[in-house]
Design a protein around this ligand. Structure first.
Ligand SMILES: Cc1cc2nc3c(=O)[nH]c(=O)nc-3n(C[C@H](O)[C@H](O)[C@H](O)COP(=O)(O)OP(=O)(O)OC[C@H]3O[C@@H](n4cnc5c(N)ncnc54)[C@H](O)[C@@H]3O)c2cc1C
Length: 433
């Protein structure tokens, strides 16, 4: 009998988890090595040691869309009940004082057209110009020159459409301001949201702490199948050994590097310098999350879009009480600043105060909100800019990269990470010939 392939996955974020589960399903003998004390990477929850509603905090609010088919399928395969795990609604951009664009349920393309036509906050001409622009994108197969920014792509649209729709969608999907964001990647996300079948443009807001969506079920699933899951172990060194690889002197037939691009570049610097240089040149955009506490308060909707400005850092607010299962997070609110480089420079304390002032100005509160926590992820996602050269998945025979940053159609997203992890596992275990 042929012994199973010994495969190591280095890094236990969503890409590494997807790779480990997929490799295990294909019969490999998998070792998953994670530097942190828990799986989940950039999409994890932290036990704070505080009392509810802040006993557990996500490192940042995450949103999925219906088109994230592989992430959703992976969660389901691990036994996660998607109906319980997410609040799923057709795309809706609700603002504090008025309803924003809202798509009715149904086939995404027709519901987009119906939603735009019905949105009377924009003059009719603005709605028609958006539909005409979308028709043009459709005719060109959602392709545009790779050097274009989202701002350039949408320059002909009325200001109200850019401000109320394009900019919030761009910063939410690409975590990069429209003036710097890749139009090609933006169009790809729009394409998948509108063309991946019914519900593909739906928003899925987590009702559970992030770790319960994937990291914890995956760890239980892997350990039940005798996968070696090692936490708090940072891989220091890789080297070739015959037809396989040594990971800190331990032999494996195949390796999947699912750690950050920075760490992957360090580990591969001598093995494949050109690949390492490409991974090392990526630039990053931060995300700041400001958690507010206001007992007894609720927002007009579980998720609100906010008008960003020089004195208004946050683009979205989430009412965690409305999202939680049994009111256990009631009174907790998350305000999110994507593309937050300028606010990181101003300092987290000052940014927290500015968000609090924005929240007081724009929303009604049953009790005075106060700042609970300000969390910053300085390398939340790579900056998704035009013409960006992302490193390929293959590094060397038997050595692959998996992560949201490897070449692929998506910006840095959970779905990009999961797809990369699964593709790497498939390739690693491909039968010769
Ligand atoms: C605040 C925030 C909000 C976000 N919002 C959204 C959103 O709304 N929707 C969306 O789709 N995406 C969102 N993202 C992006 C999403 O979280 C990432 O795209 C995804 O989690 C990346 O997963 P990954 O596995 O590629 O990388 P990571 O999660 O970074 O995983 C890499 C792992 O490797 C480990 N590691 C590194 N070096 C080593 C080593 N030497 N040895 C062992 N282990 C190592 C790290 O500890 C880490 O766990 C958000 C990200 C942040 C930070």
């Amino acid at each position: 009998m042929i012994p199973p392939t010994r495969l190591a996955v280095i890094g236990g974020g969503w890409a590494g988890i997807a790779a480990a589960v997929s490799a295990c399903q294909q019969g490999a003998q998998v070792t998953l090595i994670e530097m942190a004390g828990q799986l989940g990477g950039r999409a994890r929850s932290l036990a704070t040691g505080e009392t509810p509603p802040f006993a557990q905090l996500d490192n940042g609010q995450h949103i999925l869309i219906g088109a994230y088919s592989q992430s959703l399928a992976l969660m389901q395969a691990l036994g996660v009940d998607l109906g319980q795990a997410f609040l799923r609604t057709p795309l809706r951009l609700r603002y504090p004082r008025h309803e924003g664009l809202q798509l009715p349920a149904g086939a995404p393309l027709t519901s987009f057209a119906r939603g735009v036509l019905a949105y009377r906050n924009w003059p009719l001409l603005a709605r028609l110009r958006l539909l005409a622009a979308a028709g043009g994108w459709l005719l060109r197969g959602f392709h545009c020159p790779p050097t274009w920014t989202v701002q350039g792509l949408t320059a002909g649209l009325p200001e109200c459409v850019r401000q109320d729709l394009i900019e919030p969608l761009c910063v939410a999907a690409l975590n990069t301001p429209a003036a710097q964001a890749s139009a090609q990647t933006f169009l790809r996300v729009l394409h998948d949201a509108l063309f991946s079948g019914p519900g593909s443009a739906d928003l899925l807001l987590p009702r559970l702490p992030l770790s319960e969506l994937l990291a914890t079920p995956a760890q239980n699933w892997l350990q039940a199948r005798k996968t070696d899951v090692r936490l708090s172990q940072r891989v220091q060194q890789l080297s070739r050994s015959g037809s396989g690889w040594l990971v800190d002197k331990e032999y494996f037939d195949q390796l999947i590097l699912a750690c950050s691009a920075v760490e992957a570049a360090r580990l591969c610097a001598d093995i494949q310098p050109a690949w390492a240089a490409q991974a090392a040149q990526l630039r990053y955009e931060p995300i700041i999350t400001v958690y507010l506490h206001s007992p007894g308060s609720t927002l007009p909707a579980p998720m609100l879009a906010l008008q960003e400005g020089p004195l208004a850092p946050a683009q979205f607010a989430f009412d965690l009480g409305q999202l939680g299962q049994q009111g256990e997070r009631s009174g907790a609110f998350a305000f999110v600043i994507s593309g937050a480089a300028a606010w990181v420079d101003k300092g987290l304390a000052a940014t927290g105060e500015q968000v609090l002032a924005q929240a007081l100005r724009e929303l009604d509160w049953a009790s005075p909100p106060r700042i609970q926590r300000v969390l910053a992820e300085k390398r939340a996602t790579f900056a998704c800019t035009p013409g960006l050269q992302r490193p390929p998945r293959e590094i060397a025979p038997g050595l692959q990269a998996a992560g949201d940053y490897v070449q692929g159609p998506y910006p840095a997203t959970l779905e990009g990470a999961v797809r990369a992890g699964m593709a790497a596992a498939r390739q690693a275990l491909k039968k010769p010939g």
